[in-house]
Design a protein around this ligand. Structure first.
Ligand code: NDP
Length: 478
């Protein structure tokens, strides 16, 4: 396959820089694409361009903004197959999962086109005679968007689309591992009727290009998804440099509770999907399986057998059920956690090894006999590694599930309506699932967590407006 070169997009122009390449995690030595690295000057030029372009974009009629967003979404959807193959080769997720991600990205742009027809303000009764009170919304301004590698199209889409819809200009900095997907998104946006400078792409290291977005006076707000450590740095920099608004979506250590009354087949299906699909590289992955004693042994045996049977291989091969780990560094980290889990006294009942093929493949790994105070159960691994913690009853399950620094997603498998209702009420997480994997979310519903998983307003759905626009309270006397 030929190698495409992706350039930075600044003020509608393609800007070159030092060239780097990204490889295919499933096929060592195969180059997926090259990209031009932006330096700080390029990032500054992008921010300046966004500042100049934002007021004009915000004042365009809603119908024009809708048409642009709808066109971007439609183009993404039309190119689903080609973009999915690229995403799969670059990030390593199965082609079927990549198709779902591309489709999600396209639908997201179309969704925000139509969100613009929703009411954009509120009218209140004033307590003062002769006064009219209303709340309007104005755009936040110029948004710096910093994204991780694990959803190379969907995460940029669910930030860029609402940012543009509500009248902002954008400078996007994607993770360096997935610049081809971001580069293709930029080409699609550049091919739309969006005025030059409203959307800009700068690729390069977080500590250079990302840092420029955090410290520049030209940026009004930063929307970040990534690790909790990086998120803390983003927060500190935003506060120190102009008290910028920021929104952080970060890690998870998500519990899936399985009660004695659960349908075993449903429980195994939820755990298998939540723990291992997308190679466990999802912030909503189920990495703690909290299982009641009466079903524990049957569940562990069935899940270990199902995990052991998963076919790990090239994500473009339709027979594969699990793709590679994204990078050699991530694989080394995953294997290190297997060693840590063993040293802490948990038992590997499936996987635990690097699959001895070419590429960065790892067998889906299940630990039994874990305790919630082990590092295995407390730290985000971000790979196909999960652990089973045995509990006596629902009270203990809820308590263990909530005993974590994180709080993104939590699930329960049960046939008891009252247990399900209690879990929805008491689980300490931003997303709660019953008899479904912890990792399934929909674009029109709010997404986000609590604790170390999140800071700031929710993403996605109508809630995205809370970050990308500023409420202005207006009093008019007559
Ligand atoms: P990182 O935190 O390492 O990186 C995220 C982004 O931040 C990258 O674009 C990175 O750039 C950039 N960055 C790094 N350092 C800085 C800096 N000093 N200033 C500005 N930007 C910086 O996360 P990963 O990409 O490794 O993604 C995995 C993490 O993302 C996991 O913890 C996962 O849980 C989380 N995640 C959370 C989701 C959620 O919605 N809650 C969804 C998906 C993932 P560079 O390219 O240089 O690394």
């Amino acid at each position: 396959m030929s190698v495409t070169v992706h350039l930075n997009l600044v003020d509608g122009e393609w800007v070159d820089g030092e060239r780097r390449s990204n490889g295919n995690p499933a096929r060592p030595g195969e180059i997926v694409s090259e990209y031009a690295v932006a330096d700080r000057d390029t990032a500054r030029a992008a921010i300046d361009a966004a500042r100049r372009a934002q007021p004009g974009w915000a004042s365009q009629p809603v119908g024009s903004r809708m048409a642009v967003l709808d066109d971007i979404g439609t183009t993404i959807l039309r190119r689903t197959e080609e973009l999915a193959v690229l995403l799969s080769r670059e990030e390593g997720k199965l082609l079927s999962e990549a198709r779902g991600e591309v489709s999600r990205a396209g639908q997201t742009f179309r969704y925000y086109a139509h969100q613009l027809l929703q009411p954009q303000g509120e009218v209140y009764s004033s307590t003062r005679p002769g006064v009219h009170a209303e709340v309007r919304r104005r755009p936040l301004g110029v948004i710096g968007i910093i994204t991780p590698w694990n959803y190379p199209l969907a995460i940029p889409a669910w930030k860029v689309a609402p940012a543009l819809a509500y009248g902002n200009a954008v400078v996007l900095k994607p993770a360096e591992l997935v610049t081809a997907s971001a580069g293709e998104l930029a080409r699609i946006i550049a091919g739309s009727a969006l005025p030059p400078g409203v959307f800009n792409l700068v690729m390069g290291a977080g500590r250079v290009v990302g840092e420029e977005l955090l410290t520049s006076a030209g940026i009004d707000g930063v929307s970040f998804t990534g690790g909790t450590g990086t998120g803390g740095h983003v927060a500190r920099q935003c506060l120190a440099h102009g008290n910028k608004r920021f929104q952080l979506e970060m890690g998870g250590k998500n519990p899936l509770v399985v009660l004695d009354d659960a349908d075993l087949e449903v429980a195994v299906r939820c755990a298998l999907d939540g723990s291992f699909f997308s190679t466990g590289q999802r912030c909503t992955a189920s990495s703690r399986l909290i299982v009641q004693a009466g079903i524990h042994d049957r569940f562990v045996d069935a899940l270990a057998a199902a995990a052991g049977a998963l076919r790990v291989g090239d994500p473009l091969d339709p027979r594969s059920e699990l793709g590679p780990v994204v990078s050699p560094e991530q694989l080394a980290q995953n294997l290190d956690y297997v060693r840590i889990g063993r040293d802490e006294g948990a038992r590997v009942v499936a996987g635990g090894t690097h699959q001895p093929d070419e590429g960065q493949f790892m067998r889906p790994t299940l630990f039994a006999g874990a305790r919630n105070d082990m590092r295995l159960a407390r730290e985000e691994i971000f790979g196909p590694v999960s652990c089973v913690i045995e509990v006596d009853d629902l009270d203990e399950a809820i308590s263990v599930a909530g005993d974590t620094d994180y709080g993104l997603s939590a699930g329960i498998v049960t046939t008891s309506l009252s247990a399900a209702e209690r879990f929805k009420r008491d689980a300490r997480a931003g997303i709660v699932s019953v008899n479904l994997p912890t990792a399934g979310t929909e674009l029109h519903l709010p997404f986000g967590g609590t604790g170390a998983s999140n800071h700031g307003p929710r993403e996605q759905g109508g809630y995205a407006r809370d970050f990308y626009s500023v409420p202005v309270t207006c009093y008019t006397g007559w």
